[in-house]
Design a protein around this ligand. Structure first.
Ligand SMILES: C[S@@+](CC[C@H](N)C(=O)[O-])C[C@H]1O[C@@H](n2cnc3c(N)ncnc32)[C@H](O)[C@@H]1O
Length: 212
């Protein structure tokens, strides 16, 4: 599995484009009520914090979380633009979120960074982080046309159907689109989806899949 701290220490961070994700700015420009109306947005796998600052600069309270202390230190070293903060911690553990509440998540390049075997744990973490009525707004990296590419992740891509199915015990897809804006080279490879946290479990879900 990827040693993220080592990559940050070696400055081996080709994903870091130096500015926030264009589909995020597009979403926020075009309404993006699920993020604009959130009291606090979590950005998991925030890296050096470009998306956190994109949100905070628009008056949205945002918290970036990253496994790598070096990434978090980089993010914290940038002058604040609003009500943003950063935590170092593991998305799959609960310690960092004790006493914190989030009503939205902005997902971008965290899901595709984790090993595919951890996807069920990712879905469960999102369900634990977000209350009923909360929103998971995600920019997901879609499965490439060349299946060989998938083996060499991260990034690990997925299909829309896989993502909807994975989240379906706790979330329903409210809207989605292929973004009009993208970082150069990612055009047509990303899918923006807004999921709402259900107030009732999906009737098709086994009891063992539900949160305690
Ligand atoms: C591909 S990078 C993307 C960083 C940032 N979102 C960006 O696009 O510039 C993935 C990030 O997720 C972080 N990460 C990986 N697994 C994580 C986990 N389990 N919990 C929190 N962060 C994690 C890594 O340290 C890394 O900074």
């Amino acid at each position: 599995m990827t040693d993220w701290e080592d990559r940050w220490q070696r400055n081996d961070t080709p994903w870091d484009k130096g500015y926030g994700a264009p589909p995020l700015s597009e979403f926020l420009d075009e309404a993006g009520v699920e993020l604009h109306q959130a009291r606090r947005v979590l950005v998991p796998g925030c890296g050096s914090g470009h998306d956190v600052r994109e949100l905070a600069g628009r008056g949205i309270g945002a918290t970036g979380l990253d496994l790598s202390e070096t990434a978090v230190a980089k993010a914290r070293a940038v002058p604040r633009v609003g009500h943003e903060d950063y935590l170092s911690g593991n998305l799959f553990e609960a310690d960092w979120r004790i006493g914190r509440e989030f009503d939205a998540v902005w997902e971008h390049t965290c899901f595709c960074a984790i090993d595919p075997s951890l996807r069920p744990a990712y879905a469960r973490a999102m369900a634990e982080i977000l209350p009923v009525g909360g929103h998971l707004v995600g920019l997901y990296f879609l499965t490439p046309w060349d299946p060989g590419e998938q083996e060499e992740g991260p990034p690990f891509a997925a299909t829309r159907e896989e993502i909807v199915e994975l989240l379906s015990p706790w979330f329903e897809l409210r809207k989605d689109r292929m973004p009009g804006r993208a970082y150069p080279g990612r055009e047509g490879r990303e899918w923006l989806a807004v999921f709402g946290r259900r107030n009732r479990p999906n009737p098709g879900v086994a009891e063992s899949d539900l949160l305690a």
